[in-house]
Design a protein around this ligand. Structure first.
Ligand SMILES: [Zn+2]
Length: 163
């Protein structure tokens, strides 16, 4: 299954990571990727700059860090891009349409565009991600072995593995 394997930890826990690159799996990468995410709410798909910041240092080699940062930026802005693109195309095209129908059509097309973007993100998760809740943080790994190793290292902190 390409879906992520998640490990849940209390939000204030400072977890240990296996000493290998989160991107390519190389041992002792010697550098880290400072991974920050804000507490999630329903609007987090669109508004990513509100909410308390949670930061972890994830072992990562330098080339992977540059690649993963780029991918994260693209993924993070894909909803905004898709929304802007749909509205830019759809709104002018709806000029002649009955006003009562304009909103449902625009909304329908928007959902039809965002659904595959969301589906893609769920089916092809990034190597590492976090979901920050009120009291807990989900550490999400595309590689289930990495998740299991991470879980084993942090069991003493109350880590729970969900797969
Ligand atoms: Zn790497």
């Amino acid at each position: 299954m390409p879906l992520s394997t998640d490990v849940t930890l209390p939000r204030d826990a400072a977890p240990l990571f296996p000493d290998r690159c989160i991107g390519c799996g190389t041992g002792a990468p010697g550098s880290t990727w400072r991974f920050a995410r804000r507490a999630s709410r329903w609007w987090s798909f669109f508004v990513t700059w509100i909410g308390e910041l949670h930061v972890v240092e994830v072992p990562c080699c330098t080339p992977c860090r540059a690649r993963l940062r780029r991918q994260r930026l693209i993924r993070g802005s894909s909803f905004v891009f898709a929304t802007v693109a749909v509205l830019a195309v759809v709104l002018p095209a709806l000029e002649g349409v009955d006003r009562v129908l304009q909103k449902p059509i625009a909304l329908g097309l928007l959902l039809a565009t965002l659904a595959p973007v969301l589906l893609y993100q769920v089916l092809y998760p990034p190597p590492f991600d976090t979901t920050v809740g009120k009291k807990y943080v989900d550490y999400e790994f595309a590689d289930s072995d990495a998740a299991r190793d991470f879980h084993a290292l942090n069991e003493h902190l109350g880590a729970e593995l969900e797969s």
